[in-house]
Ligand binder design. Structure first.
Ligand code: GAR
Length: 194
């Protein structure tokens, strides 16, 4: 196995909007001996969130992008991406919908994590809806981003069992633990093809 140093690793960007637990797990993976990636850029549409604090504490290049005007925001992001020679974009709790133009520009280069067993429960409030429907299983999915919401090709998906006692909150906690474990695995899987 080849050990790559920081500069030779594949530059990736992570997009966040909040807590950043998936960002943390990707960062942890990027610092392992044989990882092929380096987080060269973090994009956040929010400034005072835990993910941004984590990024700053770890001195990762972070850009807060004002989403008042989506078109302008995406232009700025494209500029940051090209300046940093980004090869893969990981959406990790980024709660904005990217435009068709943006997605087409980075075809097969954007991946997303979603807290459900896609194609079931696309969109928001997944855990509430899953519990309401009395599902036996939920889980998480990492998939390629296409212009159709939460519908691109699945890279990795795993399920967790739902107990009768589970609430949306306890289910979210269980699923998040799985998400944090799976995101680095999904990156490993796609990066070898870049
Ligand atoms: C995660 O549960 C992720 O699956 C979800 O937001 C959370 C972010 O957590 N993403 C979506 O719902 C996207 N549709 P994190 O900030 O701790 O990584």
């Amino acid at each position: 196995m080849v050990k790559l140093t920081g500069k030779k690793k594949i530059p990736i960007a992570v997009f966040i909007s909040g807590r950043g637990s998936n960002l943390k797990s990707i960062y942890k993976y990027s610092n392992t001996k044989y990882s092929l990636i380096n987080i060269r850029l973090i994009i956040s549409d929010k400034s005072h969130v835990r993910g941004v604090l984590f990024a700053k504490k770890n001195k990762i290049n972070t850009k807060i992008v004002n989403y008042g005007n989506k078109n302008k925001a995406e232009k700025k992001i494209i500029n940051f991406l090209s300046k940093n020679n980004i090869k893969l974009i990981c959406l990790a709790g980024f709660m904005r919908i990217l435009s068709k133009n943006f997605i087409n520009k980075y075809k097969h280069k954007i991946i997303n994590i979603h807290p459900s067993l896609l194609p079931k429960y696309k969109g928001l409030n997944t855990h509430e809806r899953v519990i309401k429907m009395k599902e036996k299983y939920s889980g998480c999915t990492i998939h390629f981003v296409t212009t159709k919401l939460d519908s691109g090709k699945i890279i990795i998906q795993k399920k967790v069992k739902i107990m009768k006692s589970d609430t949306p909150k306890s289910l979210a906690k269980k699923v998040l633990k799985l998400e944090n474990k799976l995101y680095p695995m999904a990156i490993k899987k796609v990066i070898s093809k870049i």
